[in-house]
Design a protein around this ligand. Structure first.
Ligand code: FNR
Length: 369
């Protein structure tokens, strides 16, 4: 179908399911084990109801915001996802360009299909990117990578902490089995560090150090001036520990339901984390909280912001809109979310991002901690 026929992010997902290579679809769409968390990520947002205010002047709605010193068209960024070339030959380069056009930051993945240099070169002169870091068992490699990011003006470092071992993604595993068993020729796309002959998920595992722990944090602080955030925090205690370790923030994330199954969605963890940080005397400006996982509607972004998130990450919606429509598809996907968020803000009586508060949503149906 033509791009103009896409009405929401789910439409992109349906088209991607029909048109992507089965192996690529399996890798992108799969979650860990029984995929309970994967399914709940979006559903958790539906357990939060709206509490709109009336008779506020909503003639003008301003979606713009800023986080980690970076302006954005709305409280949204593209999160890191490995191997974008499985979706489209332009891969991460198209995502960098779409991020610029849509006016949102992109978190460059460590395990990209294009090289870091190629991704950096695709940026517009004034474009700000973040970076996602998988920590290598060989720390000198990680240090070199981090120094290169900083030298190239990358604005923030997100260390992924929820993947000391990669989750069991059975859809992905079955596809690999079929591929090897039937001796189908692999495509010969260049995938950088990742050896496809071992299967994407297994090859990625060997790259990540399961020994990474809190004692490593001072070392990270010593090798870079970039703000450091932890991606994959799941409870209040760990957010407070990150704050006390001198880090700058956390992403409440379950890796898109791909790691520990039956853990909570980011939105469900958010009230616990905000309460714990307040109790620890952490000021909102000193430690930034983000969430990702299951963000599919403008209303989801509204709810996350209401509960204290600075912005939300989208993963699969970027890959799915890229898969069928390239860079243009991604830009359109963001514009849909902008239109939706604008409407939700208008109907809630919140003309700008700063006016969205916890009183605009009801969370009593979220799991208590
Ligand atoms: C991911 N994610 C991820 N995270 C990370 O820190 N490093 C990585 O290399 C990847 N790779 C990756 C590949 C694919 C195909 C997916 C779907 C996800 C997790 C990602 O950053 C984010 O947490 C989720 O994608 C958010 O959920 P949604 O938006 O996909 O529902």
């Amino acid at each position: 179908p033509p791009l103009a026929a896409m009405l929401n992010t789910f439409d992109f997902e349906s088209v991607a399911r029909e048109t992507m290579e089965p192996q690529a679809w399996g890798y992108y769409s799969s979650g860990g084990d029984d995929e309970i968390t994967l399914r709940d990520n979006h559903m958790a947002f539906q357990r939060i109801t709206m509490r709109p205010r009336i008779l506020v002047n909503v003639a003008e709605i301003d979606l713009r915001t800023s986080f980690l010193g970076t302006d954005s068209s709305l409280p949204l960024y593209f999160t890191a996802t490995a191997l974008a070339k499985l979706a489209h030959q332009d891969g991460e380069v198209a995502i960098v360009k779409a991020a610029k056009k849509a006016g949102v930051p992109y978190m460059l993945p460590t395990l990209s299909s294009y090289t870091l240099d190629e991704m950096l070169a695709a940026r517009a002169p004034d474009q700000v990117c973040f970076s996602q870091l998988y920590v290598n068992p060989e720390r000198s490699r990680t240090q070199e990578y981090v120094e290169k990011l900083e030298a190239n003006g990358v604005r923030a470092l997100f260390i992924t902490v929820d993947a000391p071992q990669l989750g069991r993604r059975e859809k992905d595993m079955r596809n690999k089995f079929t591929q090897q068993g039937s001796d189908v020729q692999g495509d010969d796309e260049d995938e950088g560090e990742v050896d496809r002959s071992q299967g994407a998920t297994r090859a990625i595992s060997s790259y990540i150090d399961p020994g990474l722990n809190w004692k490593d944090m001072p070392w990270f602080r010593s090798i870079t001036k970039m703000p450091i955030l932890l991606k994959g925090v799941q409870c209040g205690e760990d957010a407070v520990m990150a704050f006390e370790a001198g880090l700058q923030g956390a992403v409440l994330s379950n890796h898109g339901g791909r790691q520990l199954d039956t853990c909570r969605s980011g939105i469900e963890v958010l009230p616990e984390v905000m309460a714990a940080l307040d109790e620890a005397g952490c000021k909102r400006e000193d430690f930034s909280i983000f969430i990702d996982g299951g963000i599919r509607r403008g209303a989801d972004i509204f709810k996350a912001v209401a509960l204290g998130a600075k912005a939300c990450g989208v993963g699969r919606p970027v890959l799915y809109s890229l898969a069928s429509y390239g860079e243009k598809g991604i830009v359109r996907m963001v514009h849909m979310l902008m239109d939706e968020l604008q409407m939700v803000m208008r109907l809630s009586g919140t003309p700008n991002v700063a006016s969205i508060t916890p009183e605009h949503v009801i969370t009593r149906n979220l799991a208590d901690h």
